[in-house]
Design a protein. Structure first.
Length: 344
């Protein structure tokens, strides 16, 4: 198992350079409340030489597939072939509220989107007719989507985010890897089983398929104190949109924390953000993060590796700390991986 690091724009260059020095395999940038992925990755591409770069994730409703393909080709060229394209449909509230795109039939939309992106990255003109996308869209055939980006002669690996069984199977069928946040070793093992079903549907096995969960980490002897350093991050994600279709709330409920999530949402609606964050159970944070002494964290890393994780990405931006604190987390993760004996 290898290590990755998740970045936002704050101090992205410093964190990526240190991760590269430590031998991390991958630096990922997400799209959310703080920053987009492409801008951060462009910065990191110019400040590093070896570490892989990935969007984790670019949101499908945020840009047409032609723009996603052009962005991927550009980042791949800028990084001399180090880029990997991570895509996901986001959630209903972000899709509608941010981008004005209806969140309907996400599996079919994702399949068509990936087909168009791959056709564009293959280098030929793209003509496509689907249920969700048509290119050219209005009969103007004179200038179809056609990329002329000069870049290394290689395919760009494409990863998909997914939560439910059908989306996991789709990732196995049409992608080169799977990205996930807020998960546990048990959940990873169940997800890999669904991914395997999709791979078999495509006549493939899991060889070369990447499994990349994003995991917060905080070293400390006191579990409650370590969990407190991550509460603001958990409160942000658990508080997005309607709890009925918030993926993270759903995971907490399936893990037996339904009552606590209801209390969290009630306090949040009442405007008590501090109380809402305090209502998130330590046990939920512990199950979905790496907290505690290094030896305990190394044991959890072994569990993730045994579940099928190929790259464990440390979500340093989840921590309520400084740049020096985040750099220390990168170093501690390296130590924990060495202790675990599952590093590659």
């Amino acid at each position: 198992m290898r290590l990755g690091v998740n970045l936002v724009y704050q101090c992205a260059g410093e964190l990526a350079r240190e991760a590269e020095r430590l031998g991390y395999d991958l630096a990922l940038a997400s799209e959310g409340f703080r920053s987009d992925a492409a801008t951060v990755l462009g910065l990191v591409a110019g400040q590093t030489e070896r570490i892989g770069l990935a969007s984790g994730i670019m949101q499908i409703p945020a840009r047409p597939p032609g723009t996603a393909a052009l962005t991927a080709a550009t980042l791949d060229a800028l990084s001399d072939g180090r880029f990997r394209l991570g895509l996901g449909v986001s959630n209903p509230h972000v899709s509608d509220g941010w981008y004005g795109v209806r969140f309907d039939r996400p599996l079919g939309r994702t399949r068509e989107y990936v087909e168009i992106v791959r056709q564009a990255l293959d280098g030929g003109p793209v003509r496509y007719t689907g249920d969700h996308f048509t290119l050219p869209a209005h009969g103007r055939e004179g200038a179809p989507l056609h990329l002329f980006t000069e870049r290394p002669n290689r395919g760009i690996p494409l990863y998909l985010a997914g939560v439910g069984p059908k989306s996991l199977q789709l990732a196995g069928e049409i992608a080169d890897g799977w990205l996930s946040g807020f998960t546990t070793p048990d959940q990873v093992a169940k997800s890999v089983a669904e991914i395997r079903t999709g791979r078999e549907r495509a006549g493939l096995d899991l060889t070369g398929f990447e499994v990349v969960p994003f995991v917060p980490m905080q070293v400390g002897d006191d579990l409650a104190d370590a969990a407190d350093r991550l509460r603001a991050h958990y409160a942000l994600l658990l508080g997005v949109g309607d709890p009925a279709d918030n993926f993270y709330c759903a995971l907490a409920r399936t893990m037996g924390f339904g009552r606590e999530i209801n209390e969290f949402r009630e306090r949040l609606l009442a405007g008590d953000r501090v109380g809402a964050a305090a209502a998130i159970p330590v046990q939920f944070i512990d199950a979905t993060a790496l907290i505690g002494p290094l030896e305990r964290i190394s044991e959890r890393m072994r569990a993730f590796a045994e579940a099928g994780v190929t790259t464990l990405s440390i979500l340093v931006t989840a921590n309520d700390t400084t740049l020096d604190g985040r750099l220390q987390i990168l170093r501690q993760a390296t130590e924990a991986l060495e202790l675990s004996g599952v590093g590659s």
